[in-house]
Design a protein around this ligand. Structure first.
Ligand SMILES: NC(=O)C1=CN([C@@H]2O[C@H](COP(=O)(O)OP(=O)(O)OC[C@H]3O[C@@H](n4cnc5c(N)ncnc54)[C@H](OP(=O)(O)O)[C@@H]3O)[C@@H](O)[C@H]2O)C=CC1
Ligand SMILES: CC[C@](O)(C(C)=O)C(=O)O
Ligand SMILES: [Mg+2]
Ligand SMILES: [Mg+2]
Length: 337
């Protein structure tokens, strides 16, 4: 079935400009949405707990910061951009008691609705605006006059106008400059989890670390290994981003292309594809969601251990040393663009 893609000309910005928006959370996505909404003429306030370390960053940008409950009470559209594992508690404690007829609850990812962790009442719109990119780049691209594509979905259309509202919101953060695709909470959640686990984050990180290990264990210099499997990856992916895999193959040497065509399928072998299918199955049947919720409730022992192991991988020290010599590469991450 053909997807529906919307652009700026399809969106009515005045719809979101007529709402009072509360953005709950001021992290990667929260800062990007709230700053770009504000720059698009939207009345926005931020909801953060009293002790939150994000408060100062939002206030430095001139944003009004309230508690999540106060922001929810004041607003008629509440966008939840706190961590997925915390959203159900914020919803129960701060948002649900403050919902009024005609309000809208928005999500940046469908996890809590798809896995029934949040069950909104029937009298509010429930929709999603999910940018297909990291929040800091969502903001950077908006400021540069570009945009990160976004998905919109409507779970519950109490007002009869939820899709136009979601599209208007997506346009206000720059999504409709690049393309906004209509989907469902189910499709967004399952494809997003699969993408980040198997390809974008899990797959790519493991591929880079393993390539670095193979070269350095064979006695090659770590600096050469770093440039070969990490730094150059961006340059190769830039060509894919601009013109697809075909353009990447056009630009590389015939020798590289022959290696790509014949060796690539040996690295990403049929066994890897089978494992990817298993990972997708665990997302679809809720196994991953249950595991992640339980891990978070237990204080994230495995998450913390694995994150630390990743930070200690030798590629990190090699990379830091080399990036320190390339002033244009290590662009600091801020929530203040
Ligand atoms: N990261 C990304 O680029 C993407 C994220 N998403 C989705 O966006 C949502 C937000 O993720 P992300 O931006 O990564 O989150 P971050 O971890 O970057 O930021 C979370 C924010 O929520 C705040 N917060 C924590 N607890 C509470 C609370 N009880 N009440 C209110 N605010 C709280 C944090 O404040 P503090 O400083 O106090 O910790 C922080 O400002 C998730 O649903 C995620 O799946 C979707 C697409 C991409
Ligand atoms: C790829 C990771 C992501 O899904 C994203 C930036 O889109 C996330 O959850 O952060
Ligand atoms: Mg994503
Ligand atoms: Mg994600």
């Amino acid at each position: 079935m053909a997807v529906e893609i919307f652009y700026d000309d399809d969106a009515d910005l005045s719809i979101i400009q007529g709402r009072k928006v509360a953005v709950i959370g001021y992290g990667s996505q929260g800062h990007a949405h709230s700053l770009s909404l504000r720059d698009s003429g939207v009345d926005v306030r931020i909801g953060l707990p009293e002790g939150s370390k994000s408060r100062a960053k939002a206030e430095e940008q001139g944003l009004r910061v309230l508690t999540p409950a106060e922001a929810s009470a004041e607003a008629d559209l509440i966008m939840i951009l706190a961590p997925d594992t915390k959203q159900r508690f914020i919803y129960e404690q701060d948002i649900a008691p403050n919902l009024k007829d005609g309000d809208a609850i928005f999500f940046g990812h469908g996890f809590n609705i798809r896995y029934d962790l949040i069950k909104p009442p029937a009298n509010v719109d429930v929709a999603m605006v999910a940018p297909k990119g990291p929040g800091h780049l969502v903001r950077r691209q908006f400021v540069d006059g570009k945009g990160v594509p976004a998905l919109i979905a409507v779970e519950q259309d109490a007002s009869g106008n939820a899709q136009a509202l979601a599209l208007s919101y997506a346009a206000a953060i720059g999504g409709a400059r690049a393309g906004v695709i209509k989907t469902t909470f189910k499709e967004e959640t399952e494809t997003d989890l699969f993408g980040e686990q198997a390809v974008l984050c899990g797959g790519a990180s493991a591929l880079v670390q393993t390539g670095f290990e193979v070269l350095t264990e064979a006695g090659y210099a770590p600096e050469i290994a770093y440039f070969e499997v990490l730094h150059e990856l961006k340059l190769i992916v830039d060509l894919m981003y601009e013109g697809g895999i075909a353009r990447q193959r056009y630009s590389i040497s015939d020798t590289a292309e022959y290696g790509d065509l014949t060796r690539g399928p040996r690295v990403i072998s049929p066994a890897v594809k089978e494992e990817m299918k298993k990972i997708l199955g665990e997302i679809q049947d809720g196994t991953f969601a249950r595991e992640w919720v339980a891990e978070d409730e237990a204080g994230r022992p495995n998450f913390t251990k694995l994150e630390e192991q990743g930070n200690q991988h030798p590629i990190e020290a090699t990379g830091k040393k080399l990036r320190d010599l390339m002033s244009w590469v290590d662009r600091p991450i801020t929530e203040t663009a």
